[in-house]
Ligand binder design. Sequence first.
Ligand code: NAG
Ligand code: NAG
Length: 212
Amino acid sequence: MLHILFLFSLLLLSSSPSTSNALDFCVADLSAAEGPAGFPCKAAANVTADDFVFTGIAKAGNTTNIISAAVSPAFVGQFPGLNGLGISIARLDLAPGGVIPIHTHPAASELLVVTHGHLLAGFISSSSNKVYIKKVNKGEIMIFPQGLLHFQINAGKNAATAFVSFGSPNPGLQILDFALFANDFPSKLVETVTFLDDAQVKKLKGVLGGTG
Ligand SMILES: *[C@@H]1O[C@H](CO)[C@@H](O)[C@H](O)[C@H]1NC(C)=O
Ligand SMILES: *[C@@H]1O[C@H](CO)[C@@H](O)[C@H](O)[C@H]1NC(C)=O
């Protein structure tokens, strides 16, 4: 009986028009342009096991910087094997006092796993600007819904590490302060649209390398 069912389902599969993509994988050809569905595939004959392994997040990122923290992404741009698979990951390293400044990933929800130390993490809803903040310890996880502004802070005395996975091979990353103060957005306009004063805007542009 099972045998007959199996044959029947095989027949169904082979006779139905290909409505779903039966490709096992589509390692990105990063030399081509990315479309809404991702990058075109590298030739299957040229795909090797190395295309499915990424070693770039094995080591801690360099936290000697203004935020005392490092984000090491394994998105499709760094790890072409993720193309079309709907997933990606990044490593967060935070020195004592380290901060991942408030930011958003336009294309994906995020799942954070703390593997070392303690973080204080939070996000802000778009519907009511309600703030959800929680201390997340080693082994615990927290989720950040797609597109919402969120942050992570080292809440311990020692270094902290976390891994964040995403429901997209290319979740995107926009850091609010960098968007406002690390470019040539004219200061006067920044002040008008944020209601911040001139001294504060100039100070942050100075710190983050912005002009205008
Ligand atoms: C595989 O890679 C080689 C060397 O880069 C290239 O010459 C060849 O055209 C590739 N094969 C296919 C099918 O694209
Ligand atoms: C970390 O970054 C700082 C600042 O750019 C640099 O001076 C230092 O050499 C880097 N450390 C390592 C181990 O790469």
